[in-house]
Design a protein around this ligand. Structure first.
Ligand SMILES: [Zn+2]
Length: 248
C-alpha cells in the first residue's frame, strides 16, 4: 500500500492520485489555496445569492441546505441566512438509529439559533432493514441505503420546494482526494463521487421491495437535475473545519 508523503492518506481512498513526489491530490489542492483569489470567489457567491434571493416571493424559501447538524452545517446556515440574508429551508436524513444527545442538541441548536425549519427524512425502515443486510452480505457496505438518501433526498426536496439553489459544504472529492481534479462551484455531479453510487436494480428489488419503495433513492432525471443549481460552499470560502467548529 502507498501512503501520501505529507498526510499519510493511503491509496485505498477511492479516486485519490499521487504525483511523482508521492504527494496526494488533496495535499496539492490545499497548497494551491494560497493562489486562489478569494475576494473574487466571494463576489461570485454574492452574485449567486443575488440571483436567487426572494425567487419564490416574499416569505418563500429561496434556497435549501442539506444538513447533518454538525459544525459544517452550522457554518453553511450562518453564511446563507445571517451573512447573505437568504431564506433557507433545511433538509436532513435520519437513519432510524437512536441519535446521540450531542446529535440531537446540534440539530436543535441550528433550528433555534438561526430560526430555521428542518425537514427530516425518516427512511422506510422495512426497506432499510432488508437493504442493510443485503448490502452488508454482498458488498460489506451496510449503510448504502442511508448514504444514498443523503445524496438524493435533498435533490428531490429542492425540486419540490422550487429552491434551485442547493447548498452543500465541502467538495469531498476535491478537498480530501477523489475523482474531482478541476474545482468548480457546482455540485451537480456530486451524486457520482463514489460514496454511494447508483446500484443495479437487481440489488434493490429484493425481498419484496418494489420500485415504488425506492423513488427517493433514485436520482432525479437529467432534466430535473439540470434545473437545479447545487453548489459547494468550499468553492467560495476557504474551508476550515476548526473555524466551523468554533462558530457552532
Ligand atoms: Zn496528502
Amino acid at each position: 500500500m502507498k501512503y501520501c508523503k505529507k498526510c499519510t492518506m493511503p491509496d485505498t481512498r477511492p479516486g485519490i492520485t499521487f504525483d511523482e513526489e508521492g504527494v496526494c491530490s488533496a495535499c496539492r489542492h490545499y497548497e494551491n489555496r494560497s493562489k486562489v483569489d478569494w475576494k473574487a470567489r466571494e463576489r461570485e457567491f454574492a452574485a449567486l445569492c443575488d440571483k436567487y434571493r426572494g425567487c419564490n416571493g416574499p416569505g418563500g424559501y429561496d434556497c435549501a441546505i442539506a444538513v447533518s447538524g454538525g459544525k459544517d452545517s452550522h457554518y453553511q446556515v450562518y453564511m446563507l441566512k445571517e451573512v447573505y440574508h437568504m431564506n433557507p429551508i433545511l433538509f436532513s436524513v435520519e437513519d432510524n438509529f437512536p441519535m446521540t444527545e450531542a446529535g440531537k442538541h446540534n440539530l436543535q441548536n441550528i433550528s433555534e439559533e438561526f430560526s430555521c425549519t428542518i425537514i427530516s427524512c425518516k427512511p422506510n425502515i422495512s426497506v432499510q432493514k432488508k437493504l442493510m443486510r443485503h448490502f452488508f452480505e454482498k458488498y460489506g457496505k451496510p449503510t448504502w441505503y442511508v448514504d444514498r438518501l443523503i445524496y438524493t433526498y435533498p435533490l428531490h426536496m429542492a425540486l419540490k420546494f422550487n429552491t434551485m439553489l442547493l447548498c452543500y459544504g465541502e467538495n469531498v472529492s476535491f478537498e480530501y482526494g477523489g475523482n474531482a481534479d478541476e474545482e468548480t462551484y457546482s455540485a451537480r455531479d456530486q451524486i457520482e463521487n463514489g460514496v454511494a453510487v447508483g446500484m443495479p436494480m437487481e440489488d434493490l428489488l429484493i425481498d419484496g421491495i418494489t420500485e415504488k419503495d425506492l423513488s427517493l433513492v433514485m436520482a432525479p432525471s437529467k432534466e430535473e437535475l439540470s434545473r437545479l443549481d447545487p453548489f459547494y460552499m468550499s468553492y467560495f470560502f476557504p474551508w476550515n473545519s476548526y473555524y466551523n467548529y468554533q462558530l457552532a
